[in-house]
Design a protein around this ligand. Structure first.
Ligand SMILES: NC(=O)c1ccc[n+]([C@@H]2O[C@H](COP(=O)([O-])OP(=O)(O)OC[C@H]3O[C@@H](n4cnc5c(N)ncnc54)[C@H](OP(=O)(O)O)[C@@H]3O)[C@@H](O)[C@H]2O)c1
Length: 191
């Protein structure tokens, strides 16, 4: 099963990530060199068009700021909101608002700025908090064919009851997704 439906701009709070098969969105020390790219034509442009604003956390921002700070390789140029408990020591950046407020208020500000497009949540920790508050509309994942073994998980919330999800698209929304992989370079079948 491969979800090839284009993302839509609909004022959604979208938790959007590329994730390893074992559930990590960053490797050790925030490593991102494991991403292999997409086979879906125009995927990046889809998100550049449908994203109205971005909400992230301070750690992710500090990492991104060191390399230009803009999502989608600089092709997207909307407002970014960064949650931090100490906005006073953040270096000002154009188009970036540092917030120390409750999450519902951060989402309200982000959706207002998104002006009918989606608010992309690019933070695992904030996404988890928003899930608890019932403020995530959709989880949008691209699964990379790699096992990382350690790093930052998409969702790390020990003690929390499982959160059941419904898959977007046709068919039984509660059914499993079947994928099959082989370790690269060790195939005995010639492929
Ligand atoms: N795979 C992908 O597609 C993808 C995309 C984007 C990012 N990433 C990766 O995701 C990682 C970010 O991970 P992360 O979850 O560990 O960090 P994060 O969410 O970016 O930052 C955590 C920090 O955000 C602040 N924060 C979180 N919740 C808050 C709240 N309710 N109120 C105020 N401040 C709050 C706190 O900062 P203070 O300590 O300042 O208070 C907290 O320490 C990075 O490695 C990044 O590269 C991956």
């Amino acid at each position: 099963m491969n979800d090839t439906e284009p993302q839509t701009a609909a004022g959604k709070v979208l938790w959007h990530f590329t994730m390893s098969l074992d559930g990590f969105v960053a490797g050790p020390d925030h490593a991102m060199d494991w991403m292999t790219g997409t086979n879906r034509p125009g995927l990046e442009g889809e998100y550049v068009t449908t994203t109205g604003a971005v909400l992230g956390g301070r750690d992710g921002w500090d990492m991104a700021a060191a390399s230009g700070g803009r999502p989608y390789g600089g092709d997207w140029n909307g407002p970014i909101f960064v949650l931090t408990h100490h906005p006073e020591d953040a270096a000002p950046a154009e188009g970036v608002t540092f917030l120390d407020c409750d999450l519902a208020e951060a989402v309200r500000l982000g959706l207002e700025a998104a002006d009918g497009k989606n608010l992309e949540v690019l933070s695992p920790t904030i996404g988890a908090q928003l899930l608890d508050l019932g403020l995530i509309d959709e989880i949008d994942l691209h699964i990379a064919p790699v096992l990382l073994g350690e790093g930052i998980r998409l969702y790390h919330n020990p003690g929390r009851a499982p959160i059941h999800l419904h898959q977007v698209g046709d068919g039984d929304p509660s059914s499993e997704v079947n994928v099959r992989y082989r370790p690269a370079g060790t195939s005995t079948t010639g492929d």
